[in-house]
Design a protein around this ligand. Structure first.
Ligand SMILES: [Zn+2]
Length: 374
C-alpha cells in the first residue's frame, strides 16, 4: 500500500517568512526565528518576558493533543507546541492564523507517494524505553535529544498525554542537546528534572539525587544502591565514568547470567532495561525485564535471541561479542561499536576462565555468557 504525504514544496521561500511575520498592529508577539522541516515549519516567537514555539503544518496532518492550543485555517493548522508560563498564547495563535490565512492560497504543498516503512524491524530499531513507558512498566524516562529534533520527540510524547520537563545545564558541551524528562504527571517530570539537576552537586547531596532519580525512574532500590556505590568507587579509584561502567558490570557478574538482564549491548541500542542491575540475576530487575520481553518480542520477533551470546567489556567500556572455542580460548571477537576494534583484536587467543575473567589480558576485562535458561 502506498501512502500520500504532504511535504513543503519548492518555491515557498518568500511566502514562508511573510506568513510567519506578525506586524505590530496584530499584537505584542514578534517572530524570532524559524526552521522549515520537510512537512512543517517550526517558529519561535517572543513578547516582553515570554516566548512560545509554534508549529505550522498542513491541515490534513493528524490533530495535535487537545491540551495544545491550536487553530485551523483553510489549508493549515497552527499549534502552540511549547510556551513560557506567562505567554499570552491566545493572541499569538489568533494573529498567526490570520496571517497564514492571508497568504495560504499561494502556498505550494507537494503530494508525495511513499512506500510504507518496512514491516520487518531489527532489534536496534525499537525504542524500548518508549514502549515500556507507554505500556505502564516505566513511570518515567529521560531523553538526551539533539536540539534540532527535540520538538519532534516531545510532540510524540505529548500526543500520548505524557508530561514533559526539561533540564538546561548551561554548559558549553551540552549546547546542542536537550535533556528531557517524560512522566505521567507534570509534578513527577519536574521532580525528576530537579533530581537530575542535583546530581551535579557534591556528596552527600549527589548520592541522594541519584537515589531520588532512580526511584522516580522506577529502578529497583537494590540496583540504585549498587549504582550509587559504584560512583563512590569511581571517584576513589578511577575518575572516569566510562570505567565506572566496567566496575558495575564486573560487580554484577554471576555464574548463571539471565539473558533478560543483558546490558552488554546497550551501546548497540539493544536491551530490555535502562539501568545496570546490581547482579545479573537480580530478582527485582528481572521482574521489570520480564514484563518488557514479551512487548519487544511481539514488535520484533526474535528479539530474545539478540540478548543471547558471549560479550566482553574492558576497563574503558569497550564492548565486543566473542566466540569461544571448546577449550575456552577466544576464537573471534566482533567490535560492537566504533572504538572497540583494538580490544577485539587483542583479546583473540586469550583463555577465559569459568568466572569470565581473562587472567592473561593486560587490563581488567570481564566476559559474560548469556545462554538460554530453563
Ligand atoms: Zn537489584
Amino acid at each position: 500500500m502506498v501512502v500520500t504525504v504532504l511535504v513543503i514544496g519548492p518555491g515557498n521561500g518568500e511566502l514562508i517568512p511573510a506568513m510567519l511575520r506578525l506586524p505590530r498592529e496584530r499584537g505584542p508577539w514578534l517572530l524570532e526565528q524559524f526552521r522549515v522541516h520537510e512537512a512543517w515549519i517550526d517558529a519561535r516567537y517572543r513578547m516582553p518576558d515570554a516566548w512560545a514555539i509554534v508549529r505550522v503544518l498542513a491541515r490534513e496532518h493528524p490533530a495535535p493533543p487537545r491540551t495544545l492550543p491550536s487553530r485551523v485555517t483553510e489549508r493549515f493548522r497552527v499549534v502552540i507546541m511549547k510556551r513560557s508560563p506567562n505567554a499570552r498564547h491566545e493572541l499569538l495563535v489568533d494573529a498567526l492564523a490570520a496571517s497564514v490565512a492571508t497568504h495560504e492560497h499561494a502556498f505550494k504543498w507537494l503530494r508525495r507517494d511513499e512506500e510504507p516503512p518496512p514491516t520487518k524491524r531489527e532489534p536496534a530499531d525499537l525504542d524500548v524505553e518508549q514502549m515500556s513507558f507507554e505500556a505502564g512498566i516505566k513511570p518515567a524516562i529521560r531523553l538526551w535529544l539533539d536540539r534540532e529534533h527535540a520538538l519532534d520527540y516531545v510532540y510524540a510524547y505529548l500526543r500520548g498525554n505524557a508530561a514533559i520537563a526539561q533540564v538546561e545545564f548551561h554548559l558549553q558541551c551540552f549546547r546542542d542537546s536537550v535533556f528531557v524528562m517524560v512522566a505521567r504527571t507534570l509534578a513527577e517530570a519536574e521532580a525528576l528534572a530537579d533530581a537530575e539537576a542535583r546530581t551535579l552537586q557534591q556528596d552527600p547531596a549527589r548520592s541522594q539525587a541519584l537515589r531520588d532519580s532512580g526511584q522516580l525512574l522506577g529502578f529497583p532500590p537494590c540496583c540504585v544502591e549498587a549504582f550509587v556505590d559504584s560512583m563512590r568507587f569511581e571517584r576513589r579509584s578511577y575518575g572516569e565514568s566510562l570505567r565506572c561502567n566496567f566496575h558495575r558490570l564486573d560487580v554484577a557478574w554471576v555464574p548463571r547470567l539471565h539473558p533478560h538482564l543483558n546490558t552488554l549491548r546497550t551501546r548497540e541500542r539493544i536491551g530490555l532495561i535502562s539501568f545496570e542491575p546490581c547482579r545479573l540475576d537480580c530478582v527485582a530487575a528481572l521482574a521489570i525485564a520480564d514484563r518488557v520481553a514479551p512487548l519487544v518480542e511481539a514488535a520484533c520477533p526474535g528479539y530474545g535471541e539478540a540478548l543471547l551470546g558471549t560479550f566482553a567489556i574492558d576497563i574503558d567500556n569497550n564492548r565486543v561479542e566473542l566466540e569461544l572455542a571448546d577449550d575456552r580460548r577466544v576464537q573471534s571477537a566482533r567490535p560492537t561499536h566504533a572504538g572497540a576494534e583494538s580490544f577485539a583484536a587483542r583479546i583473540v587467543g586469550h583463555h577465559v576462565d569459568e568466572q569470565g575473567r581473562v587472567p592473561t589480558y593486560a587490563e581488567p576485562c570481564r566476559v559474560f555468557e548469556f545462554v538460554p535458561l530453563d
